[in-house]
Design a protein around this ligand. Structure first.
Ligand code: HAM
Length: 431
């Protein structure tokens, strides 16, 4: 029989790689919570309409990348391709605006896009991100970028490029779209077929084209930054000044087009050179009309999402060591049949305070020591055999080899004492 394999574009996470993921997740939680964000968890699938109305019907995501299927009653559902739309839906549905004028939330979880898998691009991938709903101030655009920047800094990533742009708002974008359309129509013959189609429906999307032949046309296209209305230009200027004051270098990028249609004003991405073609670690921006587009009251918002696979892969390439302080691990090993019966009750006692594992059957000392080293145990507790007297255990420190017999009656007390002498419990994880 053929063996069933994981779906293309998905992967299993385990072992050392998973330890990196957990480190990243812990860092995200710590930085986000310190910055006043609360966690939110939304469902993995939603009505298809939620995504087509927010991300935009002419985007690549909605046109060809969504995992959409009918449920048993024929309703169209979609595995979430991103998190922002769900967060805004949840904000409206749970009336969060009633509780507070400003909602700051963060999320971590899997997203799904049917893209061609390659380095840094998967079909099930993971994002973490933040969203601020309520305020319009440029302060929050800058804070969003700063939080993303400090998460990356906290996991040891430097050499970051922050690209910043603006896509204007309803008062200045239409005039720009007119100017862009006129330009693109003039160069119609040079455009790819798909861009010619998009030119009629949503000319801005042409700027996001991945087709080689469109590149020159896009490069020479008029810039929206020249057409911003006074309030959008002022907003962009305020974001830039706030970033300057916060010491976050950034480059203005007139051609920054994001793959989602819900943005107004600020858009940004953070890139790392090591990633090659898929160089964006993440991106985001402001979406002041999204809540209304989803049937709610006007609620400005701003946020970012980052690709976790990409961050883990850069850290791996740069050989950055991600280590969590490891708790003391204790391995309990019986050296005789009789002592085997003691293992579980002792493990249960130890587990009330430490991380402890044990073997079910007696094995020789050499095998036990090998296992203890492999598992990174800090202490070995040997029961029975010649090594320990009845009612006692031999406790061996794996780092120094020091050992002593301790009475089982005083087990926790003695281990506490020994553990306090072990400088770095569990020692550093081997790379
Ligand atoms: P996005 O630019 O579509 O924005 O995705 C953000 C990040 O997710 C990308 O920069 C990339 O690192 C990662 N990513 C996207 N697709 C894949 C994939 N197929 N495989 C691996 N990683 C991927 C958003 O999703 C918006 N929700 C950002 C946002 C939040 N805007 C406002 N708030």
């Amino acid at each position: 029989m053929t063996r069933i394999q994981a779906i293309r574009g998905t992967k299993d996470l385990l072992g050392d790689e998973l330890a990196r993921w957990r480190f990243l997740e812990e860092t995200v939680r710590a930085v986000a919570e310190r910055s006043g964000y609360e966690e939110i968890r939304t469902p993995i699938f939603e009505s298809t309409d939620l995504f087509s109305r927010s991300i935009g019907t002419d985007t690549d995501i909605v046109q060809k990348e969504m995992y959409t299927f009918p449920d048993r009653k024929g309703r169209s559902l979609t595995l979430r391709p991103e998190g922002t739309a769900s967060v805004v839906r949840a904000f409206l549905e749970n009336h969060l605006a009633r509780e507070r004028p400003i909602a700051k939330v963060y999320y971590i979880g899997p997203m799904f896009r049917y893209e061609r898998p390659q380095k840094g691009r998967f079909r099930q991938f993971h994002q973490f991100g933040t969203e601020v709903l309520g305020p319009e101030d440029a302060f929050y655009d800058a804070e969003t970028i700063a939080v993303f920047h400090s998460i990356l800094g906290s996991v040891g990533l430097g050499d970051l490029t922050v690209r910043l742009g603006s896509v204007g708002d309803e008062s200045c974008r239409p005039a720009y779209v007119e100017r862009l359309s006129a330009y693109l129509r003039g160069r119609r013959e040079d455009l790819s077929e798909i861009s010619r189609e998009r030119l009629e429906r949503n000319p801005l999307r042409v700027l996001d084209s991945k087709e080689e032949e469109d590149r020159a046309v896009v490069r020479e296209a008029p810039s929206i930054l020249e057409d911003l209305c006074d309030s959008c230009a002022k907003h962009l200027d305020e974001v830039r000044r706030a970033l300057d004051r916060a010491g976050i270098p950034h480059a203005l990028d007139a051609g920054l087009v994001r793959g989602l249609d819900y943005y107004t004003r600020t858009v940004f991405e953070i890139h790392h050179d090591r990633l090659g073609a898929q160089s964006a670690l993440g991106g985001g921006g402001r979406y002041d009309r999204l809540a209304e587009d989803l049937g709610g009251p006007r609620t400005p918002g701003v946020g970012f999402s980052a690709g976790m696979e990409r961050i883990v892969s850069v850290a791996e390439e740069l050989a950055i060591r991600w280590e969590m302080p490891r708790e003391l691990r204790i391995l309990v090993a019986p050296l005789s049949e009789r002592a085997s019966e003691e293992v579980l009750p002792i493990l249960l006692r130890l587990r009330a305070r430490w991380r402890a594992d044990g073997s079910a059957r007696p094995r020789n000392l050499k095998t036990v020591l090998k296992q203890a080293n492999r598992e990174g145990a800090g202490l070995l507790l040997l029961l029975g055999g010649e090594e320990s007297a009845p009612g006692s255990a031999l406790v061996k420190r794996l780092d120094s080899g020091e050992q002593e017999n301790i009475l089982l009656d005083r087990l926790e007390e003695r281990i506490e004492e020994i553990a306090s002498r072990i400088a770095a419990p569990g020692a550093a994880r081997k790379e």
